[in-house]
Design a protein around this ligand. Sequence first.
Ligand code: GLU
Length: 305
Amino acid sequence: MNELLENLVKSNKKLTKKGEVASYIPALENANKDDLGICLADLDGNFYTAGDYNKKFTIQSISKTVTLMLAIMDNGEKEVFKKVGMEPTGDAFNSIIKLETTMPSKPLNPMINAGAIVISSLIKGKNKDDKFNRLLDFVRKITRNQNININKEVYLSEKRTGDRNRAMAYFMRDVGIIKGDVEDILDLYFKQCSLEVNCVDIANIGLFLANEGVVPETNEVLANKYITRLVKTFMITCGMYNGSGEFAINVGIPAKSGVGGGILASIPNNMGIGVYGPSLDEKGNSIGGYGILKELSEEKNLSIF
Ligand code: GLU
């Protein structure tokens, strides 16, 4: 398997030239466009790695899968989906356009920024630090990595420049979808996006989802079958931005990408995969990472459909 992964990294390396690194904040623009790596973790306890699998990157939108689990456990599914929908948008991740036109007014799903900000607002805690610490603790347990922390430079940069997210959040408070201090809610959102991980951490999140909410090895039960199924379904329908339908057809694996270049993939009852390549296609998905997952899925017949 290691050899197959090495070959997949090699054969997809050329794709990295065709994409661009995210440039909406300077901290992400500094990423090395050529980087490409993968970690595959299966339920038998095997880890296979290749390429730049231990390079650190910020989790960005992949965090939306984790906060969704926490928000559902904190509030119950009914409360959560009163405030955010279950439908794909076909628009960009940070699009503002449907917020005003959808009636009743609520973001279409928890995988776009507006929806994820609502989800962050639902995470319970005494104050903003307590809320973040609960999230951090959850992420560290799922990834079995106590060293995970935020990348301060990225966090501060997101906070300084996040006006579009700010605009959506204030609009949503105006129409009553979110309650409380908008800046505190955004602070949690910017921090969750700035969590620094590598492919092994992401593969572990995929494995946790694949294992229906039980952390392998420690056997700690942190979510359940229903919640992890719901997250994997959102990954299929909305996880790859406005390229989700095409990815479902080409690859057939629940996946969530982030503009930091990571892709989280989870194959139910089988394995978790973390891919990293900061060169992005025009939809915001890692161009090399997409290529690796496509070939791996074909090679090992991994499509769930
Ligand atoms: N921090 C980014 C934002 O909110 C996350 C974008 C993403 O990875 O999709 O704009």
